[in-house]
Ligand binder design. Structure first.
Ligand SMILES: CC(=O)N[C@H]1[C@@H](OP(=O)(O)OP(=O)(O)OC[C@H]2O[C@@H](n3ccc(=O)[nH]c3=O)[C@H](O)[C@@H]2O)O[C@H](CO)[C@@H](O)[C@@H]1O
Ligand SMILES: C=C(OP(=O)(O)O)C(=O)O
Length: 416
């Protein structure tokens, strides 16, 4: 199992190119199931999750050709309407094949994703929405069996805002008969990116970027070209890294208009940001200021940045309070950060962080994707050597993070 070895205390200096967004690429790849035409995708990040999704899609009969960050898909010979447990268990986003398969072929068998480290993460809202569109759904032996001769448009109000739930129902609605209204829809830029691709494929969608999506079903969708949006979570992770180590970096291939409150919080920390077009320059000198926040849906503070900001707070000049409202178990990095000398205590879904003057390197264990990223940041800020185990979590969602960081001065190596 690969590990990362980090010697902390190095300032960062130079340019980092941001990759395409994992959370946009995964649903967009599934949109290839909706058409017999060719989808030409670019800026597809080189991630383990993307490889898993392509493997899953190829099992259905979807033809995939890949040239680095370009992927072409053709769905004219799909003959297997199934997502098996072996692949779904490694990546929850696999549930995103359910809506497209059912809408285009009238049938799908998809393994239930099950819980994961950060929470139980049920998919009841995906199922509720598809049932409202006329699907017959049963759950047996850990699989969702869904059938519908033709999905029918419906008005669907999900009980909570769900990102992949919105994406699954949106894709299903593009090929349903009549009008579907999705109320309480997720407004994340990654949902918008998917919706823009669907429109390029011939879908009729109004309200893109709002919490009310109105979709007029069409008989079929055609091929299209699309560049996946830049990853705002990867970008903000690098900005947290420079906030923790000090330095001067420029992020390229980013999109400043899709950022949430994270950029304001980084300014509050003391990061000097110069934002323009597709670049962000970030300069940091001295100790970070502590920031308190509460995670919420977009455009609020993203849960996917909670752990990385907490890493910065551990060495801030003062105390902070972080409340996690999206997932019930997303504080597993706390114990590991405390092993590095951080002073964090938790009470329910709130963490109280007392900033310390220095962290000291130690062996730690990555428990999930963003927890892994937060340990990389803490390790880069710590004195001495930190060894991070189980970095397969990191590889799910970051494209060669250690290569990008060592190119700007970090002392970080992968140990095979
Ligand atoms: C591939 C992808 O895009 N993953 C993102 C997506 O995950 P994902 O789409 O799985 O997260 P959701 O937005 O669905 O989850 C939000 C909350 O709703 C709950 N819920 C969701 C659906 C449902 O049917 N029932 C239910 O109870 C979840 O358990 C969670 O507490 O959004 C999360 C919240 O921004 C991000 O952390 C993930 O990075
Ligand atoms: C929780 C995340 O991803 P996923 O939904 O793919 O598990 C994440 O990207 O932080």
């Amino acid at each position: 199992m690969d590990k990362l070895q980090i010697v902390g205390g190095k300032r960062l200096q130079g340019d980092i190119s941001v990759s395409g967004a994992k959370n946009a690429a995964l649903p967009i790849l599934c949109a290839g199931l909706l058409t017999a035409g060719d989808l030409h995708l670019s800026n597809v990040p080189r991630l383990h999750d993307v490889r898993t999704m392509l493997k899953l899609l190829e099992k259905t009969g979807l033809k995939v050709t890949q040239d680095d960050e370009k992927v072409t898909m053709n769905g004219s010979a799909i003959d297997t309407l199934e997502a098996p447990y072996e692949l779904v268990k490694t990546m929850r986003a696999s549930i995103l094949v359910l809506g497209p398969l059912l809408a285009r072929f009238g049938e799908a068998k998809v393994s239930l994703p099950g819980g994961c480290a950060i929470g139980s993460r049920p998919v009841d809202q995906h199922i509720k929405g598809l049932r409202a569109m006329g699907a017959e759904i049963t759950i047996e032996g850990g699989y969702i069996y869904a059938k519908a001769k033709k999905l029918k448009g419906a008005r669907i109000h999900t009980d909570m805002i769900t990102v992949t739930g919105t994406e699954n129902l949106l894709m299903a609605a593009t090929l349903a008969e009549g009008e579907t209204v999705l109320e309480n829809a997720a407004r994340e830029p990654e949902v918008t990116d998917l919706a823009n691709l669907l429109v390029a494929m011939g879908a009729k969608i109004e309200g893109i970027g709002t919490d009310r999506l109105v979709i007029q079903g069409v008989a079929e969708l055609h091929g299209a070209q699309h560049a996946v949006i830049s990853d705002r979570i990867e970008a903000a992770t690098f900005l947290c890294a420079v906030a923790a180590t000090g330095g001067d970096i420029v992020l390229t291939n980013t999109r400043t208009d899709i950022f949430d409150v994270a950029l304001d919080k980084l300014r509050e920390i003391g990061l000097q940001l110069t934002v323009g077009g597709d670049t962000i320059r970030a300069k940091m000198d001295g100790r970070p200021r502590p920031v308190s926040f509460r995670t919420t849906e977009y455009p609020g503070f993203p849960t996917d940045m909670q752990a990385q900001f907490m890493a910065v707070n551990t060495i801030a000049d003062g105390a902070s309070k972080v409340t996690e409202t999206i997932f019930e178990n997303r504080f597993m990095h706390v114990q590991e950060m405390n092993r590095l000398g951080a002073q964090i205590s938790t009470e329910g879904n709130t963490a109280f962080i007392k900033g310390v003057a220095r962290l000291v390197g130690a062996p730690v264990m990555a428990t999930d994707l963003r927890a892994s990223a937060s340990l990389v940041i803490a390790g880069m800020a710590a004195e001495g050597t930190t060894l991070i185990d189980r970095i397969y979590h990191l590889d799910r969602g970051y494209d060669r993070m250690e290569v990008k960081l060592s190119a700007v001065g970090a002392d970080i190596v992968r140990i095979k």
